[in-house]
Design a protein around this ligand. Structure first.
Ligand code: UD1
Length: 428
């Protein structure tokens, strides 16, 4: 079992460059289904979720080749199947992003029904309701969703109950060839949605309004393959900025647009950090103590749920009490339980966490509960007394490329290790 060991108390400072956004790259890979031929995607992070999406596309019949470390060449012309098996969806829920493009290209899709996951039930009812409004028929059989559009996809008005990222993306991709225009109201506005719309438009699609709550997709004929660069990863950037703020910094993070972290950076400033924004990066440092600051997660441009754990880590060492409210996922405080093992004072009341800052955290053996929680535990280890050992590192590998190497370059005392079997314990 791989673990990350951190020796706390060493200052970190310097420069780090982030990769392309995981949450964008996965959807751009799925979108290549819509443009038969050789598509090239650059700035793709080399992380395990991307490898899983590569397998999904190969199962459908595509060829996926890696050029250098960050370029994928995907030939989607040879896709001749439309089924995504349970073993891949169970590994990564974002595999369901192929639903929309498969329906658009073939009029059929069979995708394993995703189950619950560590951060909540994560249903896909909004994807299905929205696609039904576009004339797609669904049946659920033996754990698989069977979708078909016997009369083709037909443009319609869809209002999402919640600005779901995944549902917005599937609806956009399903409607690129629809008869007429599709309007998605209460659409998600994340920068990754804008990146997807940009790539689809480069392919010849007509998607308007991405980044706003109303997106219009005018159905067109065939799309053509493209070369597209993935937008920088705002969450990876936010993670390193939070780490820099925790350990005082200064840390300069490049490779992303600080506008995409608008509210996060404002909250960091409210906590007493010095933040210097540039066109393609940002520097953070801290001289005083961390001021408490309430946080509530919301869809973009609200505070991202994917930055909640890293921010709670800062607040756990603030000079006072504050409330962190999680509005997006129902079960995203598992990280707090591990942080409490390191000496944090956190009380969970439903979807609120009452965080009372403490002066010290102490190194402990902790378990990464999910992707962002795992990264946040490593961050906590940077300032905790003694050694922190974070297990279940596979969660971190899903979304962070060279995480320990990047922290090492900033001066952290961190290493990856393999625990002998008898120390593994119960992994359930
Ligand atoms: C994406 C991101 C994830 C991020 C999240 C919210 C990817 C691969 N993942 O996940 O990192 O945390 O956006 O910014 O891009 N919901 C329903 N029914 C649905 C769809 C969603 O109830 O049909 C609920 C979910 O259970 C969740 C909330 O809506 O509670 C938000 O989900 P959504 O925005 O769809 O997140 P994902 O696309 O799964």
């Amino acid at each position: 079992m791989d673990v990350i060991k951190v020796e706390g108390g060493h200052p970190i400072s310097g420069e780090v460059t982030v990769e392309g956004a995981k949450n964008s790259a996965l959807k751009l890979m799925a979108a290549t289904i819509l443009a038969p031929g050789t598509n090239t995607i650059t700035n793709v992070p080399n992380i395990s979720d991307v490898h899983v999406m590569g397998k999904v596309l190969k199962r459908l019949g595509a060829t996926v080749e890696v050029e250098g470390e960050h370029t994928l060449v995907i030939d989607s012309g040879s896709i001749d199947r439309w089924e995504t098996p349970y073993e891949l969806v169970a590994k990564m829920r974002a595999s369901t992003a192929v639903l929309g493009p498969l329906i658009a290209r073939f009029g059929h899709a069979v995708v394993a029904m995703p189950g619950g996951c560590n951060i909540g039930a994560r249903k896909i009812d909004m994807h299905i309701l929205g696609l039904e409004a576009l004339g797609v028929e669904f049946s659920i059989d033996h754990g698989y969703i069977h979708a078909s559009a016997p009369s083709g996809v037909i443009g319609a008005d869809v209002t999402l109950e919640f600005a779901s990222v995944g549902a917005t993306e599937n609806l956009i991709m399903a409607s690129v060839h629809a008869k007429g225009t599709t309007t998605i109201e209460n659409a998600a506005r994340e920068p990754e949605i804008v990146d997807l719309a940009n790539m689809l438009n480069e392919m010849g699609a007509r998607v308007r309004g991405a980044g706003s709550p109303i997106i219009e997709v005018e159905g067109v004929g065939d799309l053509h393959p493209v070369e597209h660069e993935v937008v920088g990863d705002r969450i990876e950037a936010g993670t390193f900025l939070a780490a820099g703020a925790l350990a005082a910094g200064p840390v300069h993070v490049s490779g992303f647009d600080p506008v995409h972290l608008g509210l996060v950076l404002k909250k960091f400033e409210a906590m007493g950090m010095d933040v210097h924004r540039e066109a393609r990066g940002c520097t953070i440092s801290r001289t005083g103590s961390i001021r408490p600051c309430d946080i509530q997660t919301l869809p973009y441009p609200g505070f991202p749920t994917d930055m909640q754990a890293q921010t709670m880590c800062l607040l756990a060492m603030a000079d006072g009490e504050c409330i962190v409210t999680e509005n997006v996922f129902e079960n995203r405080f598992m990280f707090a339980g591990e942080l409490i093992r390191m000496g944090a004072d956190i009380r969970i009341e439903g979807h609120h966490a009452i965080v009372r800052g403490v002066e010290h955290l102490s190194g402990a053996q902790v378990k990464s509960p999910d992707l962002r929680g795992g990264a946040a535990l490593v961050m906590a280890g940077l300032v905790a007394d003694g050694i922190t050992t974070v297990s279940n590192v596979f969660h971190i590998d899903r979304g962070y490329e060279h995480f320990t190497e990047k922290l090492l370059a900033l001066g952290a005392h961190v290493e990856r290790d393999v625990l002998p079997d008898d120390l593994e314990g119960d992994q359930d």
